[in-house]
Write a protein that binds this ligand. Structure first.
Ligand code: NAP
Length: 288
């Protein structure tokens, strides 16, 4: 029997629906939540992601700003743009799209965003707050994975979650969130990476397996414990369409539940970004 598909689009729609009254409440007080994205260069995937985020803002009645800088823009130029957005009262969330070109330090770029507008949660202070269990914002993709699990009846509490990948965007913050002593967390977490020996030995012990390696279809059926929940964060454009880090057709025959690509984690990332922007707008408007 095949796995049950976890419908990320439907769950993301539910998260968005819960946001509508909060947005209406802000607008009634004269505040339109605003999200600004800064993109350097014209990497097609980055351009597409930023466009999707801006479309989502428009659908939800949020103000959206996209600043596009040329690929050879100096770091000082980017930092000046971010300073302008930090000071703009109509902007409550700021994201600097990664990857950045080599002349710009990713560390300095993410550190330049106001901690109160850092809806991607990449500022070192906000990363630290996540680690100690007092998040100002939960990073969008990891928070989306947890929301997807909880709302599909797979609370990670007490489960063994194996994460493939330790990037600052997905694997590392997801591990930090899942190990918290908190609702929707309390998991026992294993994090694997390129130096992990015998990857399958670890993945076969997972109650919940999260794949975030950036390697198309790395995870195969023989790596799955029968009945496990498989969450595929990966996105890869191929001639046959989008695929993830999981060989979906074979893994769904062994797993109990599985997220598709597209329609799994992707819509959740966008929904959580909107949630963080609304939360930022609520907090910032209370301070004024
Ligand atoms: P990344 O920065 O390239 O990191 C990949 C991680 O996977 C690294 O930690 C790497 O280990 C590990 N890894 C690579 N090959 C491996 C292997 N064979 N076995 C075990 N671990 C391996 O990528 P990322 O930013 O985390 O993104 C991962 C994937 O998620 C990409 O496909 C990306 O497009 C996708 N993504 C999707 C969303 C969404 O909203 N759906 C959001 C963000 C990212 P080392 O650290 O040892 O090199």
């Amino acid at each position: 029997m095949g796995a049950t598909i976890i419908d990320g689009k439907r769950i993301a729609d539910a998260v968005r629906a819960e946001l509508r009254p909060r947005i209406a409440g802000l607008r009634a007080r004269g505040v339109t939540p605003g999200l600004a994205a800064v993109i350097v260069g014209d990497d097609p995937a980055s351009v597409l992601y930023v466009k999707m985020k801006s479309q989502a803002c428009e659908e939800m009645g949020l103000h959206s700003v996209t600043l596009r800088l040329p690929a050879d823009a100096p770091e000082a130029g980017l930092l000046a743009e971010v300073r302008g957005l930090n000071a703009d009262p109509g902007v409550h969330g700021i994201l600097v799209q990664q990857p950045l070109p080599s002349q710009i330090s990713t560390m300095r770029a993410v550190s330049s965003v106001s901690v109160d507008k850092d809806v991607d949660c990449f500022h070192p202070e906000n990363v630290g707050l996540v680690l100690i269990g007092a998040p100002r914002f939960a990073p969008a993709t990891p928070a989306g994975v947890i929301e997807l699990l909880v709302r599909s009846g797979n609370d990670p509490g007490g489960k063994h979650v194996v994460i493939l990948g330790r990037s600052n965007i997905v694997g590392r913050p997801l591990a930090a969130l899942l190990m918290q002593k908190a609702a929707g967390a309390n998991a026992t977490v294993t994090v694997c990476h390129v130096k992990t020996r015998d990857l399958a030995q670890h993945t076969r012990r997972a109650d919940i397996l999260v794949a975030a390696t950036g390697r198309p279809q790395l995870v195969t059926a023989d790596m799955i414990k029968p009945g496990a929940v498989v969450v595929d964060v990966g996105v890869h454009r191929t001639d046959g369409g989008l695929v993830g880090d999981v060989a979906f057709d074979e893994v769904k025959e062994v797993a109990g539940m599985i997220t598709p690509v597209p329609g799994g984690v992707g819509p959740m990332t966008t929904a959580m970004l909107l949630l963080n922007t609304v939360t930022a707008a609520e907090k910032l408007s209370e301070q004024r």
